[in-house]
Design a protein around this ligand. Structure first.
Ligand SMILES: Nc1ncnc2c1ncn2[C@@H]1O[C@H](COP(=O)(O)OP(=O)(O)OP(=O)(O)O)[C@@H](O)[C@H]1O
Ligand SMILES: [Mg+2]
Length: 240
């Protein structure tokens, strides 16, 4: 499959094996620049494994992964770290906040690795997720949902081409979930590519395309708000 200029990610026949277990099993997926993709599926279906590979946190055992035409599967750690810093914003639960830094300092820390820290920009990012009045609080003084919103601000501060978010609203109540969704819509309107893993149907429905993973494979794909099934419906019907 050729990568067109429009593709930001081109994933071809990717597997990630742990011994005899295939966490991902021959997955192929093209993601357009500026697209908003939701990745859904049962626990253990391979969602985070796919996100880790797209986020340069892990490498496939087989297959090809291109980001903006560059082969991620061929890169070593220094190169992958560079891509992470410059192109990708990660909202992953395993990236907790640094406990001895306050909210705005945690956001500035992400800038530090990329450019000069700018407190005003960091505060603006916190304001956009409704956290400006908590800017000087340490993580232990914030609720789980508030910490998660700081993580969202931190992922966005360097204006990455792609946001990869693994359960970004998992700890949030409805009001705060709405804040994050609205923020994602603003980013999407500005041309950012969004790839969001979620168990929440409402969050998943925001995407232009939903990829449904089952047992490490793409079971089907749903495009558009009317839920038109496009791929693998037959497999799904057989399974049911
Ligand atoms: N480091 C690892 N070593 C061995 N097996 C792993 C490892 N990481 C993931 N797996 C296995 O790979 C499969 C896919 O895991 P993954 O974390 O991608 O699932 P997931 O879809 O994100 O699930 P959840 O919705 O629960 O977060 C699971 O069976 C998991 O146990
Ligand atoms: Mg997961």
């Amino acid at each position: 499959m050729a990568t067109t200029d429009e593709s930001i990610y081109s994933i071809q026949n990717v597997s990630r094996r742990y011994g005899s277990l295939a966490a991902l099993d021959d997955v192929s997926l093209d993601i357009r620049r500026g697209e908003w993709i939701s990745i859904v599926g049962p626990s253990g279906s391979g969602k985070s494994t796919l996100m880790n590979i797209m986020g340069c946190m892990d490498s496939p055992t087989e297959g090809t992964v291109l980001l903006e035409g560059d082969r991620l599967d061929k890169m070593g750690e220094p190169e992958l770290a560079n891509v992470r810093r410059n192109k990708i914003g990660l909202v992953f639960q395993q990236f907790h906040l640094v406990q001895h830094l306050n909210a705005v300092e945690n956001v500035e820390l992400a800038q530090y690795y990329h450019s000069m820290p700018d407190s005003q920009e960091a505060l603006d990012a916190l304001e956009r997720v409704g956290m400006k009045d908590r800017a000087t609080h340490l993580p232990r003084e914030l609720s789980g949902g508030e910490q998660q919103r700081v993580c969202v601000a931190r992922a966005l501060i360097n204006h990455p081409d792609v946001i990869l978010a693994d359960e970004p609203t998992g700890n949030l109540d409805e009001v705060n979930e709405r804040i994050v969704i609205d923020f994602f819509h603003q980013l999407h309107d500005g041309g950012t590519t969004l790839i969001v893993v979620t168990h929440d149907a409402e969050v998943a429905a925001q995407g232009e395309r939903q990829i449904i993973l089952e047992h490490g494979r793409i079971a089907r794909e749903v495009i558009g708000v009317d839920g038109t099934p496009t791929k693998g419906q037959k497999n799904r019907d057989e399974a049911e």
